[in-house]
Design a protein around this ligand. Sequence first.
Ligand code: TXE
Length: 491
Amino acid sequence: MQESHHIFIQGKWRKGEGGIRKIMNPSSGEVLTEVKEATEEQVDEAVLAARRAFETTNWAENIELRVQMLRELSDKLEESAEEFALLETRNTGKPIRESRLDVSDSITCLRYYADLVANRICWEKEMYDGTISKVVEEPIGVCGLIVPWNFPLLLGIWKLAPALAAGNTVIFKPSEVTPLSFLKLTELIEKSEMPPGVFNLVLGEGRSVGHSLVAHPEVDKISFTGGSATGRRIYQECAKNLKRVSLELGGKSPLLVFDDVDLATAVDWAMFGSFFNQGQVCVASSRILVHQSLYDDFLTHLSARAAQIVIGDPVDETTEMGPLVSEAHRKKVEEYIQIGLTDGARLLSGGQRIPDRSGYYLSPAIFTDVKQDMRIVQEEIFGPVITVQPFKEEIEAIQLANDTPFGLAAGVLSRDLERAERVAGRLRAGTVWINGYHTPHVETPWGGFKQSGIGRELGPQGLAAFTEAKHINRNLQLQPIGWYSNKGVSS
Ligand code: TXE
């Protein structure tokens, strides 16, 4: 990549002709670098390049080439894993240990989809009328992939790997706040044998560059991860020409702590579920529901553990919590803390800036004495802010857990596995972890019930989201079947 060339179209780096954006280091508030973003005309060029590649290259037909490209990309990513992890940490502020996990999960995801398409079996069967039916999965076409800033590389790969594996061509738009890891990944793609135009990268804001991509008539599918308000807007725009759309949106996920757990272990899971990546995770366990017999002890232990959390420079190996991603986002989270206080909730601990740090730090905030209809219980805050509520009966826990507009994930902590399974079955959420939290498994679907989104990523469902099913039916006889047979035009 040449200096100041940050747009990748038709296999070539181009100078962005839009505005200049400063890319920040959230742990210091300093500028890391500047990028030149795309114009709407450049989005159009990128879409047309993807369309041309889809229609004029053998990408859509050549599974072997796609498998090879995905495997090569995963190998190259592995070779520079530490470099990617460091870049991700510098740009997002997430602790380096977490960035390493993101990189290794990205490698796994690329390999998973390479293997999945390499071993895909075509469904073929003789039907009741003697004809043969074949069902094939074809690529949708040109796909716009739009990702947020909390897991810039990993969430990008969750879309890119299945989209390419299925034979689509893509235009990728990272968050304007965190473009660095995908700029670097594009350098790896540039050096590969991928046909020009299959992968294109545009940088820029959502309302200009993002919107142009979503509204473009030559884009067949949008796969989006981000906030619910943006997701709704994108859904409406896609409806105009019935564009295919997948939305992975917000959450307000509950963690249910039953009375038979080991207290220290339960507190550890709550800490991990709530404060991993500073709580900027769509599935973060932002509502902890605790059986009343444990409630007071749980709160004492939780606030003590939260006070000990190691907040610091995310590059430091011992750091457990880094800064929030941006000053604007920290302000939004602080506004929610104020809303909680104004609505009458009790801030048990945290929610403070860190005096001797210049980055966008905020200590983990724990709210108690909340009511179910409070905004801090109902709305996604997307930061290190949680509510803790007591419950008496299992049914009450389930009702509280399900009582938000979201349904992305949930956790159940209990030694009684029969109960845990029963409760998991009644939770309206796309993922339920029993005696665990957070781990995504590449083979299993990821996505939400209710207003947490439409469709699923990962697993075979993640591949299906980038394909159209086609049924081809063969009549071996070449004869008309049914009541038209033998009634043809007389010779
Ligand atoms: O997200 P946006 P923001 C939630 C979280 C957060 C809130 C807002 O609650 O506080 O969303 O965050 C692009 N057309 N999540 O403003 O706007 C944008 O450029 C096309 C949950 O950062 O959703 C970026 O690339 N694209 C979430 C991406 O969408 C548009 C992760 C996400 O931005 C666009 C992040 C438009 N009109 C935030 N507007 C999760 N589910 O993990 C914006 N974009």
